[in-house]
Structure formats: structure tokens, C-alpha cells
Design a protein around this ligand. Sequence first.
Ligand SMILES: Cc1cc2nc3c(=O)[nH]c(=O)nc-3n(C[C@H](O)[C@H](O)[C@H](O)COP(=O)(O)O)c2cc1C
Length: 353
Amino acid sequence: MSGFYGLIGPLIRLVDPETAHGLALKTLRCGLVPYQHITPDPILATRLWGMEFPNPVGLAAGFDKDADVPDAMLKQGFGFVEVGSITPRRQSGNPKPRLFRLSKDGAVINRMGFNNKGMEEARERLAARADHGGIVGVNLGKNKDTEDAVSDYILGINALAPYASYVVINVSSPNTPGLRALQGREPLEHLLRGVRSALDAAVPENTPPLLLKIAPDLTNEDKADIADVVIAEGVNGLIVGNTTITRPDELQSPKASEAGGLSGKPLFGLSTRVLSDMYRRTGGKVPLIGVGGVGSTETAYAKIRAGASLVQLYSVMVYEGPAVIGEILRGLAKLLRADGYSSLTDAVGADHR
Ligand SMILES: Cc1cc2nc3c(=O)[nH]c(=O)nc-3n(C[C@H](O)[C@H](O)[C@H](O)COP(=O)(O)O)c2cc1C
């Protein structure tokens, strides 16, 4: 850990995690967080879905739920930023406390429950930055009290897809009752058919790619069904994956028994196994974003070798701040060259060959 965050990080961790997150958003909004000066290394540039990603390390959903600070986060060095999850209507989420640091484990547990200001506010902010460039994906969720989930995702698409570099259908948050059941074969087919036609209609030209974000807690049957349906319904990418409701034995922190989704270091092994499995099941034909416990050059590189075309991170920033982005990027470029690759794309799925 170094620089600005090295100085203020220990102070931030004295404050409860949700207050600290609110302060981070405020300082980012005011432009008070110094930019990270990262020289783009051409070996890390990736062309995917017709877009040029300057580097493969993105900000995962949940940090910027309301599309408040996508530009500030791009300036921190991320190759792309995902905002959301955004639901059609504003909702307050679960009662506090709902966000916990597991410091001994380098982990986080959250049961936020899609707290967000709703799609209209997000639309205003995304429209205001539409000509700023940079790759900003929009992650969509459903309101807790909506019965017909598909209708909520379609509302989100109609409002936000015109401003999205890519659209994510999030069916994997553990904190919205019933949401993860949408990953089953029939509900998933029904959902993806609905959102695919809505997306094609909402943005008929330059239609943004459609991605599905899945949980790491899936049976083999679930994974087989997801791979089939994703290919059949023309989904352009998979994000693998969300937080886990499992609690690995090695957890040491007293907060480990809090309810919610676990992320950070202890999620790395599980989420990378699921990533590898989905790469195999989709024959490497569906681009994957690997997320879960990425916090170092080695973990990012392992995701890429397991099949990720891009990676994302969130929890490590709670502990190390944004300087970790530059560290990962510098290390990745070195590892790729050491292994004889001339571009990152060549290393994607290397462990399967
Ligand atoms: C506080 C918090 C809130 C999150 N909110 C969302 C969300 O709204 N939508 C979503 O798809 N994922 C959400 N996530 C999951 C992350 O995007 C990511 O999939 C997960 O944390 C694993 O990555 P990590 O180990 O790098 O944190 C959230 C994670 C955290 C820690």
C-alpha cells in the first residue's frame, strides 16, 4: 500500500465500513482523491465486443451503485467501470449495519440489498457524462417487491441501455429474495429472451453487449444449464461471479457469521474454479469477466489463464485503496512478457491448452 491511501487508509478503517464508503464517494465526487498516473502498456490493451479496453482491470459493481463517480474511477486507472446494481425504483436496502470488514481474512460481507436511487437518477447522471468516453457498463437489478422480474430488467434496459457500454443482468445477488432462482434453466430462458429483444429494440444500432452475472454457488446442473441457455439466447458475455453465501473453513474473523455475501480473498479459489468451469462449458466462445478475490498481479493473471478476458475487483480496495490497480497492471505486463506473450488476449484460457 502506498501514496495517498497509505496515509489515510488506516484512518478510514477506524470508521464503520458503510460510512467510510460514503466518505470515499464524496471525496471522489469532489475531485479530492489524487488521480493515479498509470502509463498504458500496449500489451494490456484488449479489444472485445468492438471496444478497446485500455487495460483488463475493471471496477466491479456495487462500489458506484448510482453512477455517481464513473469518470473519477476511470481516472484511478481502471480499464472500465461497472455502475449499479440499479433497480427501476429507488429503494433503501436492508437495515444497517449491512456491510462488514473481515480484516483478518482480507474479506468483506455485505447484505446491502440493492440500496440505490433508482434508474431515473442514474439516467440523468449517465446522460450528463455520455460524451466523456471510457467504458462504463451498467448493471441492472430488480426491486425487492417486484413480482415480475423480467419487467424490471426491461425497464432498466429501456432507461439505461442507450448510455451503457455494456449491460449486465444481475441474477446473482444473495440479498434480494428469489433473485438467484432466475439462474434456473426455464426462468433464465424466459428472462434472457425478454431482455434480448428489449435491448435490440431499445438500442437498434450499436446495441451494447448483453452480459449475465452469475453466482459462484452453483451446482453442476446449474452451470450446464447456464452455459446452454447463454449460447442459445445470444448472451455476449458472463461475469463470474458475485459474492458467495458459503463460508470457507479458513475464515478467522469474528464477523464471518454475519449473513450476506462474502467477497475478497477467501472467494478467489471458488470463483476461479467456477470461471474455469464456465470457460470449458462454453468452449471459450463466450467472453468471461473474472471477479472474486482479485487483489494482486498473481490473482489477476490466474483468472486470465483460467479463461477471463477481463477481470474486476472491489473488496481489495477496502484494504489497499486504488494504488492496487497500478501494481496489478505493472505486474501483469511483466508476467505476460516473461511467459512469452505479445498480448494479453493470447494468455486468455492458457490453462486449458
Ligand atoms: C459492498 C458490496 C456491494 C456489492 N453490490 C453489488 C451489486 O449491487 N451488484 C452486483 O452485481 N455485485 C455487487 N457486489 C459484488 C461485486 O461486484 C463482486 O462480484 C464481488 O464483491 C467479488 O469481487 P471482490 O472479491 O473483488 O470484491 C457487491 C460487493 C460488495 C463488497
